[in-house]
Design a protein around this ligand. Structure first.
Ligand code: IPD
Ligand code: CA
Ligand code: CA
Length: 264
């Protein structure tokens, strides 16, 4: 394993341990409302600190772009961190959440880790080296039939007003044309589920770079496609994302072309 990925894994496991310890004492956490339906708890902050401490111990000159503490430092190496993806799930005791860490070097994603402390599942990837789940190579599903596919999504809930109409039209079409739609509640993990074939595709609007960075590399290294809804490469910036196996990705883009136009 590359030394940088090794540090990312160490940091993710450290954060996972913090989240695991606090999960059964959730009533003791302090919770703040960042904005409508957007929460941060003392567990998010402690997990983020654990990650940053590990990174700085090994690479004090690298830059950090973390959800809770923002941008720190300047470097061609930028660690993009979501210490707890799925905070709403976590705060409700719904055991679907993850730690997500991506490393960008000179603007390109090079290493990625998503760690699910409840299932103790570790998704990793390094550019050009494939993607792994617990050290075993993973690939997107070989499913070619949209009608037999399982699709993940995230339902708009923050500034939902603009997006909700076209989003619901898209949901309606996809629900009728597939085996089903799931909304697990942790986007970084949803992307890894596409990478390992548990889902055939995923779409969501309004995501942030820390939701998407690690999962983007993991999906690509697993043979999947990820882009903005309109097919452009700027999904990490725009936050509107469509991902999937090449076949199912194309089928969904075609099926929902009209709704996608209204969303982007
Ligand atoms: C959220 C989760 C959720 C998605 C939201 C994200 P957070 O991340 O990934 O699935 O629907 O848009 O913000 O806030 O729990 O880190
Ligand atoms: Ca997140
Ligand atoms: Ca988060």
């Amino acid at each position: 394993m590359h030394a940088l990925l090794n540090v990312a894994v160490m940091a993710a496991r450290r954060a996972g341990a913090v989240l695991g310890r606090n999960f059964n004492k959730r009533e003791k956490l302090t919770v703040e409302n960042k904005s409508h339906n957007d929460f941060v708890s003392s567990a998010d902050l402690a997990a983020e600190k654990a990650i940053i401490d590990v990174i700085y111990k090994h690479y004090p000159d690298h830059a950090i772009h973390a959800e809770e503490s923002g941008i720190q430092g300047e470097s061609d190496h930028i660690w993009i961190i979501d210490p707890l993806d799925g905070t709403t799930n976590y705060l409700h005791g719904f055991p679907v959440f993850a730690v997500s860490i991506g490393l960008q070097i000179n603007g390109r994603l090079e290493h990625a880790v998503v760690y699910d402390p409840m299932r103790e599942e570790l998704f990793t990837a390094s550019r050009g080296q494939g993607a792994q789940l617990d050290g075993h190579k993973i690939r997107v599903s070989g499913n070619k039939d949209l009608y037999r596919s399982l699709i993940g999504t995230g339902i708009p809930f923050r500034d939902a007003d603009e997006d909700l109409g076209p989003y619901l039209a898209m949901l309606s079409k996809i629900a009728k044309s597939t085996s089903g739609v799931r909304r697990p509640g942790a986007a970084a993990l949803d992307l890894c589920y596409v990478a390992c074939g548990r889902l055939d595709a995923f779409w969501e609007t309004g995501l942030a770079p820390w939701d998407l960075a690690a999962g983007t590399l993991i999906i690509r290294e697993a043979g999947g496609i990820i882009s903005a809804l309109d097919g452009s490469e700027d999904h990490i910036k725009s936050g509107h994302v469509l991902a999937g196996t090449p076949r199912i990705y194309r089928s969904l883009a075609k099926l929902c072309a009209k709704e996608i136009k209204a969303l982007v």
